[in-house]
Every structure is written in structure tokens, then in C-alpha cells.
Design a protein around this ligand. Structure first.
Ligand code: SF4
Length: 358
């Protein structure tokens, strides 16, 4: 493949001079590098830094994380999203203590046996923490490689992904593979950015296929996507004696987080009708009075939602029918539980009591 030695040399030299100073680049500890790689998946560097620092202050080493409760781990993850990452991290720490004597495996194959570690994370940890010649492809690397080698297959399709991994495997050098991989990712994050790449300052523009063809805007090629679905959702802040009722999610991507009882409004249903149906179905409680509290718009990766929250008076005895657990919690108890982002906004509104009559 043309240009491989040039790309390796120039990228490594550029990274040594221009790489951002980031907390996980100041350490050689595989545990800390692993935590950073999991947090950085689908999350911006600036958002990760405070979480990374707080998480490591709470769980400074792998045995401490393995011994922590899931609630505590999720609480330190709250707001970062993609909560399966936190649950898998916790589970993987337990596996490492139980089966690997507390030391992370140092090969791609060994790392991939752990929950939550896919091809990208295994490549990142093996190369950066253990100096293994292991390739990686993430969103930034996909874009850089698609432009450098004018990849015509869609980068989010099977053929495109296969091609990108094959390119990354050829490119990664025997010497300093971790430095090279980080340089590739850093180039994608800071220079070869999605909308207007800064080709004038790019260390590899001399060998970049898209740049030389004057066709940078055509890459990366993406498969066409349908519109993102939208959901109308209601939830109830059910009050009793100064406490509110929270349910612990039993399944799905938010499993283990605490939420207000609620769900989707059906076609032809009013918000209040949906609220009464859902509250009774999930908790056995009857809705008596309610007042509108707030409206929250939130976007997940594969859908968006508008959440209409109501403060409610209810009658009857709460029964756990839908959640892993139900608990009446105080205001301070709300702060101690990990909640999805939209529910946290509702909780903050309730604590500030911004109620308007309907
Ligand atoms: Fe990306 Fe431009 Fe560099 Fe090519 S020259 S790798 S398009 S920044």
C-alpha cells in the first residue's frame, strides 16, 4: 500500500508535537487507560474529563471497582449516557479479579473475553497500555482512513467497515503502535474533522487521496438513513408525605437506573389518560390530582422524546409490577440515586417546585 511508511512517520511526529494534554495520556496504568477508552465511546473528550477524574477518585483501582455496588457505579456514571458501558465495566472488573488475578489481560483475544470490550476497545487497550501491534477503528479513524484512501464503500456498512479494519491493520506499526493509534484518532478529532477538515495543517495531506483529488467533501461515504423516530412520553412525580416514588429499571438500555413511573402516550390517548393508565399499571396506585410540572426534550442515539412530567397525588398501596424495585425517597434521596438525564431534569424541577396548574 502506497504511503504507509510516510503516514506512520508523519503522524507520530505530528502527535508528539501537537497532541492535547489529557489525563489518560499522563498514565501508563492499563486500568485507567481502559476506563478512559470506555468513557470516550460516543462521548466528547471535554465531557469525559470531569467524569474520568471523579470516577477514578471513587474507584482508584480495579479491585475497588469490582467490590463496589452497581448503584454506586451507575451514580458516578450518571449523565454520561450509554449506561450499559458502566454495567459492563463493573462486570468486567469482577471477572478480572475472579479469573485473571486482578490484572487486565494484555492481548486483544484476552481483552475481548471481558464484557463490554469489543474490537475497538481491545485494540486501544492492547496497543496503548501494553504496546501490542493491534489495530483500531472508531468514528474518527473511519473518517481519516476513508479520506486518506478514498474508500468508496459506506463507512457504516458491512463492506466499508471490513475495508477500514483491513486498512488499519496494515497501517499500525510494530514499533509504538499505541502512539500511532492515538495519532490517528487525534488527527480525526482535531484536524480531519467531519464538516470542514483543516487540510492546510494536516501532516499527511501529501499522501491523502481525497485531498489530492480535490474531493474531500465526498468522503466518508455514508449509507442513507431514515428519519429518527420521536416519542411522546409522560411521567408522574407521585408524592406522599414529602417523598416521591421512584422505580428501578429492570431491563433495557437504562437498566439499574431510577426513574419516575411513566411511559409512552398511545395514539388517540390524552397525556393525563396515559398517565393514569401507566401509573396504575406500573405501581397499582390510583391517580387523584395532578399538576403539570415541566416538559423535557431529549435525544437518544436512535430516537428522540418529549417527556411531559406531572406532580400527582395518588391513593392506594404501591406494588412493584414493572420495575426491579419501587421506593419512596426523600429530596436528598433523589440526589443519591443514578437517574436517566430526562428524569434528573424532572427531579430538579420538582425540587424547585416550578408547578403550574392545568
Ligand atoms: Fe483529512 Fe484533509 Fe488530512 Fe486528507 S488532507 S487526511 S482530508 S485533513
Amino acid at each position: 500500500m502506497d504511503g504507509v511508511p510516510v503516514i506512520r512517520r508523519k503522524l507520530k511526529a505530528w502527535h508528539r508535537r501537537h497532541a492535547r494534554v489529557l489525563p489518560w495520556r499522563e498514565t501508563a496504568d492499563p486500568y485507567r487507560i481502559w476506563i478512559s477508552e470506555i468513557m470516550l465511546q460516543q462521548t466528547r473528550v471535554e465531557a469525559v474529563i470531569p467524569y474520568y477524574n471523579r470516577f477514578l477518585a471513587a474507584f482508584p483501582d480495579l479491585p475497588t471497582l469490582a467490590c463496589a455496588s452497581e448503584d454506586d457505579v451507575l451514580r458516578h456514571w450518571e449523565g454520561l449516557g450509554y449506561y450499559s458501558r458502566a454495567r459492563n465495566l463493573h462486570e468486567a472488573a469482577k471477572v478480572v479479579v475472579r479469573e485473571f488475578g486482578g490484572c487486565l489481560p494484555d492481548t486483544v483475544e484476552g481483552l475481548r473475553r471481558l464484557p463490554g470490550i469489543g474490537a475497538y476497545t481491545a485494540g486501544a487497550v492492547a496497543s496503548i497500555a501494553f504496546g501490542r501491534r493491534a489495530a483500531l477503528v472508531d468514528g474518527n479513524v473511519s473518517r481519516v482512513l476513508a479520506r486518506l484512501f478514498t474508500v468508496t464503500e459506506a463507512v457504516d456498512g458491512t463492506a466499508g467497515r471490513k475495508r477500514l479494519w483491513a486498512l488499519a491493520e496494515v497501517l499500525v506499526p510494530e514499533r509504538e503502535p499505541g502512539l500511532f493509534n492515538q495519532a490517528l484518532m487525534e488527527l480525526g478529532a482535531c484536524v480531519c474533522v467531519p464538516k470542514v477538515p483543516r487540510c492546510g495543517g494536516c501532516p499527511v495531506r501529501g499522501v491523502c487521496g481525497a485531498y489530492r483529488a480535490g474531493a474531500v467533501a465526498l468522503y466518508p461515504v455514508r449509507a442513507r438513513r431514515g428519519a429518527v423516530p420521536h416519542k411522546e412520553v409522560v411521567c408522574g412525580v407521585l408524592e406522599r408525605g414529602g417523598r416521591v416514588l421512584l422505580g428501578k429499571r429492570a431491563e433495557g438500555m437504562l437498566r439499574g437506573l431510577w426513574e419516575f413511573p411513566g411511559g409512552e402516550v398511545r395514539e388517540g390517548e390524552t397525556q393525563v389518560g396515559a398517565l393514569a393508565r401507566i401509573v396504575e399499571g406500573e405501581t397499582g396506585l390510583r391517580l387523584r390530582e395532578r399538576e403539570a410540572l415541566c416538559v423535557v426534550d431529549h435525544a437518544y442515539s436512535h430516537f428522540t422524546l418529549t417527556l411531559h412530567a406531572y406532580v400527582c397525588e395518588v391513593s392506594g398501596r404501591a406494588r412493584c409490577r414493572h420495575h426491579a424495585a419501587l421506593e419512596w425517597v426523600t429530596e436528598s434521596g433523589l440526589l443519591l440515586r443514578a437517574m436517566p438525564r430526562a428524569d434528573r431534569i424532572v427531579a430538579d424541577h420538582w425540587r424547585n417546585r416550578e408547578i403550574r396548574p392545568i
